[in-house]
Write a protein that binds this ligand. Structure first.
Ligand SMILES: *Cc1c(COP(=O)(O)O)cnc(C)c1O
Ligand code: SF4
Length: 440
């Protein structure tokens, strides 16, 4: 069976050679990666990155730490520390201090969305929207490669207290059974596709066997089509996954792979296309989503090409997200005004078949908030916002307005329009059991 080679900090010399990095670039990468560790694999480096376009190459930006991700003072501190030959514990101490200032868990998700079973908090799940439960299997808390902007890095650097994790397939089953309003289970991570199919089966099979008529769909969120497509094409484990899809279908449920799909380049390699074809042939649907990231895909033509490629391969464009307020956000962030422009310019150059996509959408505290327009109402320029998902199902599809702000990058930077002093949901959010919930 084909295996990938994991590439981390200690392999910098290899990377420097493959990607033709100069001395300065290597020093930058050493300094930043001491704080924000990277992990990629040889498939990504050899197939998705164009060395002649480094550092601007979008997949290089997507997977490798960049100098601008740290504040200048932090960057210098780390660079000088490394140059001085500091020992491991000194470096770790400095890294922890810098990391502390970054925001590992945006959006209050730890406190707000943990569901209860028989009165007890269930740690490996989140339940925010009526229909859908998120499940975080313990063994799926890593990825084939890390995205440099990912808010989940907090889970990957070894701080156990920050982990959402559950070994409890039983709890998942009991929760879905006890909550008839739940129709969809979304298995997420990390990347659940790092797990062997045998382990995935442990979570999925009970959901099929027990006649849960409320459960209509099972989804797996994954970046593996981009980072390790051989997961779907090589060996018994891949075959077993196709078999599992067929079993979910035979049990009368929808099976969706929620593909994290950032750039059309990821779908160019033959093996990626073969992976897509196999998954579709087994009876799954592949829905595609990704955040809009500066330097990776903040260009309408990149999205238009991405959606066209997805549709051509039989995948379904689903969401364009606004990047959340996580660690290195300043480096990647795109204003809401620009996000709307990128989306609109991309959307207007593709056929209706690509327009199943929705965005740009913020996964914020009250729900998934779509930036649906920039317009003037009653002489006041503003954002037209709409809840695609709501913490309260009564909020879904509700439109509301915010004052225009060319610099705002997130809902909490916006002010209500038309003389109102708060958004309609703020009243309810204040009453939320764990307070603190202006964000996420
Ligand atoms: C995005 C999201 C979901 C899934 O929402 P869909 O609109 O059904 O794709 C579920 N739970 C949470 C917390 C989410 O952020
Ligand atoms: S694959 Fe997904 S979970 Fe993993 S690092 Fe990338 S965005 Fe984060």
């Amino acid at each position: 069976m084909k295996k990938f080679k994991v590439i981390t900090q200690k392999d910098l010399p290899l990377i420097a050679e493959k990607l033709k990095l100069d001395k300065e670039q290597i020093i930058d990468m050493q300094a930043v990666s001491a704080v924000l560790p990277f992990r990629v694999n040889d498939y990504v480096v050899d197939n998705l990155i164009d060395p002649s376009d480094v550092p601007n190459d979008p997949i290089f930006q997507l997977t490798f730490p960049q100098r601008g991700m740290l504040e200048e003072a932090d960057y210098r501190r780390m660079r000088d520390l490394l140059a001085s030959g500091a020992n491991k514990s000194e470096v770790k101490l400095a890294a922890d201090q810098i990391r502390c200032k970054l925001n590992p868990h945006p959006a209050g998700q730890m406190e707000l969305n943990v569901p209860k079973l028989n009165g007890e908090a269930v740690s490996g799940m989140q339940h925010k929207y009526q229909e859908t439960v998120l499940f975080f299997p313990t063994q799926g808390q890593t990825c084939h490669a890390y995205c440099s902007y990912c808010f989940r890095w907090a889970q990957f650097v070894g701080d156990a207290s920050l982990k959402f994790a559950s070994r409890e397939a039983d709890q998942l089953l009991n929760y879905v059974r006890d909550n008839p309003q739940v129709s969809s289970v979304l298995i997420t991570g990390g990347d659940p596709m790092v797990m062997k199919t045998k382990i995935l089966r442990r979570y999925i099979e009970p959901l099929l066997a027990s006649g849960l008529s409320n459960l209509h769909s099972i989804r797996i969120g994954t970046k593996a089509l981009a980072y390790w497509p051989y997961r779907f094409t090589e060996g018994e484990d891949a075959d077993d996954f196709m078999q599992l899809i067929e079993e979910v279908r035979a049990a009368g449920k929808h099976f969706a792979l929620m593909a994290h799909s950032s750039h059309a380049r990821e779908l160019e390699p033959e093996v990626a296309q073969k992976a897509v074809e196999r998954v579709l042939n087994a009876g799954a649907v592949i829905r595609c989503q990704a955040p809009l990231i500066r330097k990776v895909n903040d260009d309408p033509n990149v999205w238009a090409q991405l959606w066209r490629t997805q549709v051509k391969l039989g995948m379904v464009p689903y969401y364009m997200f606004v990047e959340r307020d996580t660690g290195a956000k300043a480096y990647f962030e795109v204003s809401l005004a620009r996000a709307y422009k990128v989306f609109t310019e991309a959307y207007s150059q593709v056929s209706g078949l690509c327009r199943t996509v929705r965005g740009p959408s913020m996964s914020a505290s009250p729900g998934k908030v779509l930036v649906d327009g920039i317009t003037e109402v009653g002489g006041e320029k503003g954002f037209v916002l709409k809840l695609l998902q709501g913490r309260d199902p009564g909020w879904v599809n509700r439109v509301f307005f915010a004052k225009y702000d060319s610099k705002a990058t997130w809902l909490d930077g916006l002010k209500p329009a038309h003389g109102e002093d708060r958004f309609f949901f703020d009243r309810f959010m204040d009453a939320a059991p764990l307070g603190s919930a202006r964000k996420g």
